[in-house]
Every structure is written in structure tokens, then in C-alpha cells.
Design a binder for this molecule. Structure first.
Ligand code: PBG
Length: 320
């Protein structure tokens, strides 16, 4: 009889034949930055995650090198919102100033910026609203401007999350024209219209004031379309493609890994994080084991880069 249990009998042999290890260098930590000073405000629905003013952000990040946390993904929450998202591409906007401060204090930190307009729009949509519609092509110009302003501030990589068609090409062209030919684009390629973003929208104050995001983010029922989105972004020149959310979309992640000839990222989003925290608080689960299993599943499914709110604690507590 063949007995698969033979190779499970002790930890040494289990570790020897383990097929997957989470690459610690591939963990990216999302962070929220707000105006003001001395602000470190816990996000209600995301225990352990905060909105930081720039000075507090610098304090927080100063502990990262010693735990081996090497990269952050920055989200800005501006004071001023309008219907052209003007604070998104202001050279003294919240993200632009945060990037400059971080790169000045931590030249070895790899700073990625989320490129989107929703946090900066008075209506909370990811593009320019005309009538009741989010207008694709006019939004591209603002997204491209935003990406260039992030690169100019010193961002190492830009990550468009808006889901407008053609934005990777538009951003690539704008970056190249401005001389940022070496700034990579990590595209949120297959980004689904997901209820798992709920806690994030509270955190970033970016919930749409009317309607929803279903006219631009993907329908959760579609897989073939997700691969088409990935293929389009590859064609447009994305350096890294992403699937988002993670856990409920591992099938998409695994299929994307098969067709992508560039590295693949996954975003373990706010709702996924909050569910773990809530269940752990109730004592229903073993939190660290759940985090290990979750991050490992992403690696096993084919993700190279794992964007996760668990990054800091996973490294601090030696979970992966
Ligand atoms: C901005 C953006 C969102 C997330 C990342 N970038 C929210 C949204 O699309 O509504 C979600 C991240 C998370 O839930 O952790 N467009």
C-alpha cells in the first residue's frame, strides 16, 4: 500500500518536502497617511491598523528595518476633496509629501503608491463623473498626472487601482515622457467589485456617495474576463499584475499565474484582515496559524508579491 503518511511522520521530513515557503521579502504593507501632526488613529473596523500623520508614519516605519519589512503601499487621505481630485496630483499633496519624507528618512525602504482618485473625489468614485457615469478617457489624464507626481516625489513604484480601461498604457506613456522610464507599474489588473473592501472605505473615507463601483470594477462571477484584464495590462506594459481580493479569488490567482510572464501580486484586502481579527478576538480561531495558512495559500497559488495588512505582525511574530 502506498502510505502518504510516511512523509508526514515528523517535522524534519515535513519541512524537507514542503513545496511552498512565503518569501518574506515579498510582503508589502499597506499604510494610510492623513494630514496633521501627532495623529495615530486606529481604524475602527481594522484593529491594529492606523491612520498616521506624516511624523507618526516616520516613527512607525523606523521600526521596520529591524523586523525585515522592506516595502509599503501608501494610501493618502486628503483634507480637501473636489470633483477633479486635484489633491491627488498636487505636488504638495499628502502622498507626495509622505513619499518625500519616507525616502529621505529611509532610503532603503521600497515605497509603492496607490494611484487612484476615489479618496480625492468629492463623490468618492475612481474617475471623473459626467452625469451619472464615470468617464473613462478623461479620467486617464488625471491618473497619469497622479502617477507622475508620485514618481516625482520619489515613489519607487506606482500601483493604479482605479480599473479604468487603458490606464496602464496612459500611465506608462506619461511616466516615460516625464523621464521616469525606470519606475515600474504594478497594475491592479483583475480587481473585483468586492464587499471585502468595506473596512478600507471607512479607513480611507472613499465610499462612493452614489451608486457603486460595478461599472468599472469586475463582476465577481467572471474568471475568463479576469484573464482578459490581465492580458490587456500585460500588453499595455504592466511590470507586475495583480489579483484582488485574495482568498475568495485564489482560482483567479492560480490561472493568472499560468498566463502571466511578469511577476504576480495578490492583495489580501481589508475585509479579509478584519474577519481574521474579529474571529481571533472572539477566540474562535488560532490567529497566527490562520495568518500562516492564508499567506502560504497565496504563495502556493502562484503569487510572488503579497500585499497584506498582516505583513508587520507576520514578520514581528515570526509567523512566516
Ligand atoms: C482604491 C482602492 C481600494 C482598495 C485599494 N485601492 C478600495 C476600492 O476600490 O473601493 C481596497 C483595499 C482594501 O480593501 O484593503 N480604489
Amino acid at each position: 500500500m502506498f502510505r502518504p503518511r510516511r512523509l508526514r511522520s515528523n517535522k524534519i521530513i515535513r519541512n524537507m518536502i514542503a513545496e511552498t515557503a512565503v518569501n518574506k521579502d515579498a510582503l508589502v504593507y499597506p499604510m494610510f497617511v492623513v494630514e496633521g501632526e501627532g495623529v495615530k488613529e486606529e481604524i475602527g473596523a481594522m484593529p491594529g491598523q492606523f491612520r498616521f500623520s506624516i511624523d507618526e508614519l516616520v516613527k512607525e516605519v523606523s521600526g521596520f528595518e529591524s523586523i525585515g519589512l522592506k516595502s509599503v503601499l501608501l494610501f493618502g487621505i486628503p483634507d480637501h476633496k473636489d470633483d477633479m481630485a486635484s489633491a491627488a496630483y498636487d505636488k504638495n499633496g499628502i502622498v507626495q509629501r509622505a513619499v518625500r519624507e519616507l525616502k529621505k528618512n529611509f532610503p532603503n525602504l521600497y515605497v509603492i503608491t496607490d494611484v487612484c482618485l476615489c479618496e480625492y473625489m468629492s463623490h468618492g468614485h475612481c474617475g471623473i463623473v459626467k452625469g451619472k457615469d464615470v468617464d473613462n478617457d478623461s479620467s486617464l489624464k488625471l491618473l497619469a498626472k497622479t502617477a507622475v507626481s508620485h514618481a516625482a516625489a520619489g515613489a519607487d513604484m506606482v500601483a493604479p487601482s482605479d480599473m479604468m480601461d487603458g490606464r496602464v498604457a496612459a500611465i506608462r506613456e506619461a511616466l516615460d515622457n516625464a523621464g521616469y522610464t525606470n519606475t515600474p507599474i504594478m497594475s491592479y489588473s483583475a480587481k473585483f467589485a468586492s464587499a471585502f473592501y468595506g473596512p478600507f472605505r471607512d479607513a480611507a473615507d472613499s465610499a462612493p456617495h452614489f451608486g457603486d463601483r460595478k461599472s468599472y470594477q469586475m463582476d465577481v462571477r467572471n474568471s475568463r474576463e479576469a484573464l482578459h484584464e490581465v492580458a490587456l495590462d500585460l500588453e499595455e506594459g504592466a511590470d507586475i499584475v495583480m489579483v484582488k481580493p485574495g482568498l475568495a479569488f485564489l482560482d483567479i490567482l492560480s490561472k493568472a499565474a499560468e498566463i502571466s510572464d511578469v511577476p504576480l501580486a495578490v492583495y489580501n484586502v481589508s475585509g479579509e484582515y478584519s474577519m481574521v481579527k474579529a474571529a481571533a478576538k472572539m477566540g474562535y480561531i488560532n490567529e497566527d496559524a490562520i495568518i500562516f495558512e492564508t499567506l502560504t495559500a497565496f504563495a502556493r497559488a502562484g503569487a510572488n508579491v503579497i500585499i497584506t495588512y498582516h505583513a508587520k505582525e507576520a514578520l514581528e511574530r515570526g509567523i512566516v
